[in-house]
Design a protein around this ligand. Sequence first.
Ligand code: ARG
Ligand code: ZN
Length: 867
Amino acid sequence: MDIQQSLAQPAIAPAVTLRADYRPPEWLVPETALDFDLDPAATRVRTTLSVTRNGSHAEPLRLDGAGQEPLAVKVDGVLVNDWRIEGEQLVVPLAGDAHSVETEVVIAPDRNTQLMGLYASGGNLCTQCEAEGFRRITFFPDRPDVLSRYRVRMTADSARFPILLANGDPVAQGDAGEGRHWAEWNDPFPKPSYLFALVAGDLAVNRGSFTTRSGREVQLGIWVRASDLPRTDHALHALKLSMAWDERVYGREYDLDVFNIVAVDDFNFGAMENKGLNIFNSRYILADPDTATDYDYDGIAAVVAHEYFHNWSGNRITCRDWFQLSLKEGFTVYRDQGFSADQGSPAVKRIEDVRSLRAAQFPEDAGPLAHPVRPDAYQEISNFYTATIYNKGAELIRMMATILGPQAFRAATDLYFDRFDGTAATCEDFVACMEESSGRDLGQFRLWYGQAGTPRVSASVDHAPGGGRATLRLAQRVPATPGQPDKQPMVLPLKLRLFGAETGRPLTDERLVLLDQPAETVTFEAITERPILSINRGFSAPVVIESDRTAADLAFLSAHDDDPFARYEAMQQLMLDTLVAGAIEGAADHDAVVAAIFNTLENPELDYAFMAEAVLLPSESFIGDQLAVVDPEAVHRARETLRRAIGQGLADSWRQLYAVLQQGPYAYTPDAKGKRRLRGVALGYIAASGDADTGRLAFRQFEAADNMTDRQAALTTLANGDYAEREAALDIFYNRYADNSLVLDKWFQTQALSSRADTAALVEQLAQHPDFSLANPNRARSLIGAFGVNQRAFHTAGGAGYRFLADQLIALDTLNPQTAAKLLPPLGRWRRFDEQRAALMRAELERIVAVPSLSKDMFEQASKSLE
Ligand code: ARG
Ligand code: ZN
């Protein structure tokens, strides 16, 4: 750490929580009764806790709070005044081993801009408690290993808040006089405070029902504002599919008589799995063909499934402490990925998941915020809801499933669910079940939980011409990450297979090699022709493969590999090699890529959705990730040059596909989705060719579209270019959807992601647009978040983009630290850029760290990014 940095530190460094410091709770809370007198400006919360001493000790009861003043504290019904406030905790001395402790506070949901705890959104009241929001509602031991049974009473104005929902099952409701009413809910399942939820509002419901395999009839409800009701069928359908899937695939059944989902417009992330009362960002509920793309539809089904699956992997079995977050998140992402794969094409789903792992998790693992799947320390737990915990965490589960095989894996998850039901468990508990149930030793595998960084594997095959033996040399290396300079070799499950260069036939079966040494060789006998290596098939390990395969080998695999992912991967590597050469040398040979794309488009065995994925070029950021020093303009030029070569070289194919894939009226079927996707890609390549009619073609599609997928694809093409129709399309889109905030988000986002040279300036203007607001997280992400991942625009020479982002984040931090901190990582990539850019980026991070009242969320992210 240098001097400038230590000058930038605040006087009081935020406290660090260490995994090694875990101690069981001193007091348990078997029962919790909450009584809410709801009002946006002043909500009175009366809480009665039955507490019991855990073990023999003389410690007082410590309840977490967050700023609120206790108005009264009673012990066993009697007012006491020997309590004290220490830091943010309420400390109550207790003489016996079991007491009833009552507190009363008043909170102001309408001034809660952090959207944690109880807050107002669109005139309704709702909660978000994970990870540490419950302490903003009432005093409580706000940690996931304190499980309590909750009874909730709510009283509110009958006209403004006709609907009152909470966890569990409804018990009773009635009139409270003076225009107010009340309702009571009871949740029979003990749960940690982060799963608490209530909603009060004027909501309409789309009802459904699901009968579980043991015959329980569950009443389902999707609650939204009345005008959104027509957009809820897809989510309701996805919920029913999820319930059936979890019974069939994991043997997990739902356990209450009601399951409610509420959609709210102001939400810090995707959705929340509160017991029996999921609360969702409305973007993951609302869909109809006119306003949602196929991608949105898929996202809704995935998130509905994810939150539903948490009922077992998260709620029935929760986390002992927040270092174990991936226990529920990694496993649940793995489960929702399996669900989505089963709804459509497993190959395309795998490709999408790997693409997003590479877009978000690989850079995180290679940068200043890298952390293990089970971290050792945090300042602010909200900063650890990351691609590493979620998506790399899911890859860890997938690797164990691969190593065990499907039957053994299912037996192991049964054991896990059975043994830890009703408890707060650890990642170690999960791995131990995998081990015990299957009899496999996962000792070394556990390194995946503790070591950060993406392993790199080098692979090369030797084969003497005419000889019968092939030797595969594998070596692994795990790069250093912050706080972890030296790494041990990991267990890498690599699926591989050899193909003959002459006959094109497979020379071996698929093999699973567990690489667990720094270097290993694998030999293959009876190899009679030059073998081409297909490795990490299905992306069996989340690693980077470095191989000496030639362009011809990769082209061969892209045409002949029988594993669809490996086929896609070979094409991506071929493209990447070409693009990296183009970025470094200023020119590259495009013929191999053009020919490989042609072969893919001509292959009658491939479906459209796969084709669309396979022919897409890697993103500019991913190309940048391959370079020693990112040159954003050189990357952009190399990619645009290759795009033009593909567009021109295959002009006839794109035109023909574009015509053939035109469809009749909109249908939401896998085939129709695949056609829309490939047609959108074709339009992009037609545009890349530079043909004069592109603007007209795109605008015609934009106007004729009967669905958002086609309209958005056309708008994106227009927004990326310099067409006469560009402004008109943006205006029409804006006016048509002016009253739909989710679609307006697309309008902002499409412009912020534009590949035009003037995007940075345009984004600065859009931040002044009357519809732009930092107070709504979706809107902030649609402009600021999208801009941060637009490599060319964000890194425009001179640093205006860095300054703009820092200004926005400093402003957003005063409202919503959690959302602000999430948008900071693009600034932390300074090490990857040239000296001028790096200095400018660092200067903005310094400026952020020096803000006097900076949140600890932002402080942690910004100060770590400077190290
Ligand atoms: N458990 C929620 C989910 O993954 C997300 C909660 C995020 N909380 C946070 N503080 N970022 O479904
Ligand atoms: Zn989750």
